[in-house]
Design a binder for this molecule. Structure first.
Ligand code: NAD
Length: 325
C-alpha cells in the first residue's frame, strides 16, 4: 500500500485524484474513482447552475459512501458563472473537499477554510503555488506543461516544476499533467509529490460519461495529438488536435492575431460538449493532455487504479534495489 500525506489527509487508499474536467466530472465518474480508492471530483461548472450541482452531489452520495470533492475553476468564460453560488450549494450539501483552479481563488479559499474544508489548489508555477499556500490551502496540485486544458504561459515541464516544488514548498503537493501509468505515479512520488492529479487517463475509462467513439479515438491517439490554443490571448489551453483547433490556431496566426469574439463560436464549451455526446471528435474543442500517448485501453476505474497502484509499487521496489552498499 502507498501511504502518503495525501492518502492520510483525504482518507483514501491510492494517492490519486481525478481532476476537474469540464463535461466529464459527473457523478458516475467521481463515484467510480472514489469507490476504487482514489478521490473523485465533480466539476461544478459542468452543471448549469448551483441547484443542479446540489442534485449532482446528492446523486454522487447515492453512488458512493466514500469521500469525493468538487472542482471550481476560475478562468475566462463566455458566460460569467455564479462561482459563489456553486460554492455555497456545495458547502450547504456538506462537501468537505474542494479543488480550486485558475485565477486568484482567495475569496473561495477563505470561505472553504472557514467551513473547515480541505482545499487542493491547482497552479502552474511555484510563484502562484506559494501565494495559494499563504491563503491557507492544504495541498497544491502542480500542473506541468504536459497537462490538458489551461496550463499557463510558462511551459515548464513537470520534471522541473516538481523538483522545484520539493525545494520551495512547505505544504504537500501533488503532480498534475502527463501521468497515466503507475511508473508516472512513482516518478511523481520520487519528486516529492504526495500523489497525482489525473484527468486524461480517466476520460478513457468505462465509467467516463463520454461517447465510446471518443474513447476509441483516445486509444488510437499518440502523444503528438494535442495542440495549444489561445496562446495569443494568454489563456493557453492544451486541447485535442482536430479540424477546429487547427482552425483556431490558423486564425491566431494571422497578422495581428485574432480577438476572442472571432474565435468564440469555434471554441465554445457548449460545442465541445457535443463532441463527448455525439462521438464526433471534430465537432468542437476538447481538452486532452500529452498522456494520450500512454493510453492503450479503456478499463474500469477499479482496474485502472489497481493496476497503477501495482505498477507504482513495483517501480518503487525496483528503485530501492538500485541502492547498494
Ligand atoms: P466557455 O464556453 O466559457 O469558453 C470556452 C473556452 O474559451 C475556455 O477555454 C475559456 O477559458 C475560453 N474563453 C472564454 N472567454 C474568453 C475570453 N474572453 N478570452 C480568452 N479566452 C476565453 O467554457 P466552458 O467550457 O463553459 O467552461 C467554463 C470554464 O471552466 C472555462 O474557463 C473552462 O476552461 C473552465 N474549466 C477548465 C477545466 C480544465 O482546464 N481542466 C476544467 C473545468 C472547467
Amino acid at each position: 500500500m502507498l501511504v502518503t500525506a495525501l492518502t492520510k489527509l483525504l482518507n483514501i487508499r491510492i494517492p490519486i485524484i481525478q481532476g476537474g474536467m469540464q463535461w466529464v466530472g459527473l457523478p458516475q465518474l467521481a463515484a467510480a474513482v472514489s469507490n476504487s480508492g482514489g478521490l473523485g471530483i465533480l466539476t461544478a461548472l459542468t452543471q448549469p447552475d448551483p441547484n443542479a450541482l446540489r442534485l449532482a452531489i446528492r446523486e454522487t452520495r447515492k453512488l458512493t459512501p466514500k469521500p469525493f470533492g468538487v472542482n471550481i475553476t476560475l478562468l475566462p468564460t463566455i458566460n460569467p458563472p455564479d462561482y459563489e453560488g456553486y460554492a455555497r450549494a456545495a458547502l450547504e450539501e456538506g462537501v468537505m473537499i474542494f479543488e480550486t483552479a485558475g485565477n486568484n481563488p482567495a475569496h473561495l479559499v477563505k470561505s472553504f477554510k472557514d467551513h473547515g474544508c480541505i482545499v487542493i489548489h491547482k497552479c502552474t508555477n511555484i510563484r502562484h503555488a506559494k501565494s495559494a499556500a499563504r491563503l491557507g490551502v492544504d495541498v497544491l496540485s502542480i500542473d506541468g506543461f504536459e497537462c490538458a486544458g489551461h496550463g499557463g504561459e510558462e511551459d515548464i515541464g513537470g520534471l522541473v516544476l516538481l523538483a522545484k516544488a520539493a525545494q520551495e514548498l512547505d505544504i504537500p503537493y501533488i503532480a498534475s499533467g502527463g501521468i497515466a501509468t503507475g511508473r508516472g505515479l512513482a516518478a511523481a512520488l520520487a519528486l516529492g509529490a504526495a500523489g497525482a492529479n489525473i484527468g486524461t487517463r480517466f476520460l478513457c475509462t468505462v465509467e467516463s460519461p463520454i461517447h465510446q467513439s471518443i474513447k476509441d479515438k483516445i486509444v488510437a491517439s499518440k502523444e503528438q495529438d494535442t495542440v495549444h490554443i489561445f496562446r495569443t490571448l494568454r489563456n493557453t489551453a492544451r486541447v485535442y488536435r482536430n479540424t477546429v483547433s487547427e482552425q483556431v490556431i490558423a486564425l491566431e496566426s494571422l497578422p495581428g492575431g485574432a480577438r476572442f469574439d472571432e474565435l468564440r463560436d469555434l471554441v465554445s464549451g457548449q460545442r465541445g460538449r457535443r463532441v463527448f455526446e455525439t462521438g464526433d471528435p471534430d465537432y468542437g474543442i476538447w481538452s486532452a493532455g500529452v498522456a494520450l500517448g500512454l493510453i492503450n485501453d479503456c478499463p474500469t476505474c477499479e482496474e485502472l487504479l489497481r493496476r497503477m497502484e501495482r505498477e507504482a509499487e513495483e517501480a518503487i521496489k525496483g528503485m530501492a534495489e538500485l541502492v547498494q552498499g
